[in-house]
Design a protein around this ligand. Structure first.
Ligand code: ADP
Length: 264
């Protein structure tokens, strides 16, 4: 059965006058679905040829000693760019899966403290010689009911961003706490910070606060879009607080209905 999507706006005037405006947004909705499908399919189709290209490049690089010296730099550059494209395709596929309704999230109990310990260990490996201090504290044993792979992607993006946008030796604090409305996860860094004018648009695909910086960080520009949609699928919200030069804080707020009892 075809669905009709209506956008309804109700305005109240005085005691009992109301203005109701209903807009038929069915076509916009259909186009949005087509866009998601198209992006998902194209990304899938691009993965196979890219795998072949990377395979040949790896073989060439393994034998680079036998090749003329002037080929080494171009080969390395081709490998770097292929890796960037691979990361982009992976994120595009992930985002289109998370965005589409048919990727109904799993409903399993997730042990958030265990998950966060794993992500922080990966982040320490990513930091490497930059030696960020990455601390995790959990003041509640509650878990979340949902899709572990989606939340792992969301939380990893937040913690890895904190590493990427914090100079060496900086401090990254991750906290999992209970609140009156549910529980929240906060990822706080002492990094470069963000100008508040950019904050409302950060979760848009490919939006970057400082485009000149993204080449160094190797990001895809899709991380926070993935975070936003993964959280939406868990009825959770994202709040961002930041000032340039004063670090940033990203807070994921989960409603009580989404929490497991502490011992699970
Ligand atoms: P990217 O791949 O560029 O990191 P994201 O979607 O993850 O893409 O983030 C979007 C933009 O938000 C980044 O380009 C950066 O400008 C800004 N940003 C994200 N996290 C942080 C952070 N912890 N500190 C400062 N800026 C950040």
């Amino acid at each position: 059965k075809p669905h009709i999507h209506l956008q309804v706006q109700i305005s109240l005037f005085g005691e009992d006058d109301r203005l109701i405006v209903a807009r038929d947004v069915t076509r916009i909705h259909q186009l949005e679905l087509m866009r998601r499908d198209f992006v998902g399919n194209v990304s899938h189709e691009m993965r196979t040829p890219l795998t072949v290209i990377r395979g040949y490049l790896e073989t060439l690089l393994e034998h680079s000693g036998e090749l003329p010296k002037k080929w080494q730099r171009p080969l390395q550059a081709m490998m770097t760019q292929s890796n960037r494209m691979e990361a982009l395709i992976t994120d595009l596929i992930l985002l289109s899966r998370i965005e589409t309704g048919n990727a109904t999230p799993d409903h399993s109990p997730i042990n958030v403290p265990v998950l966060m310990e794993q992500i922080c260990a990966d982040a320490r490996a990513l930091s490497g010689d930059a030696q960020h201090q990455i601390r995790f504290t959990a003041s509640t044993d509650h878990g979340v009911i949902g899709d572990e792979s989606q939340l792992r992607s969301a939380f990893s993006n937040l913690v890895f961003n904190a590493v990427k946008y914090t100079p060496p030796g900086g401090v990254i604090t991750v906290e999992w706490c209970e609140s009156i409305e549910g529980a929240w996860l906060s990822v706080c860094d002492s990094g470069v910070g963000i100008d508040p004018v950019h904050i409302p648009r950060l979760t848009e695909r490919f939006y970057r606060a400082d485009p000149s910086r993204h080449k160094d960080t190797g990001g895809t520009g899709l991380g926070l879009a993935i975070v936003k949609h993964a959280l939406l699928n868990h009825d959770a919200t994202l709040a961002i607080h930041s000032q340039p030069g004063e670090g940033s804080e990203f807070i994921c707020q989960f409603p009580e209905e989404r929490l497991t009892s502490p011992q699970q």
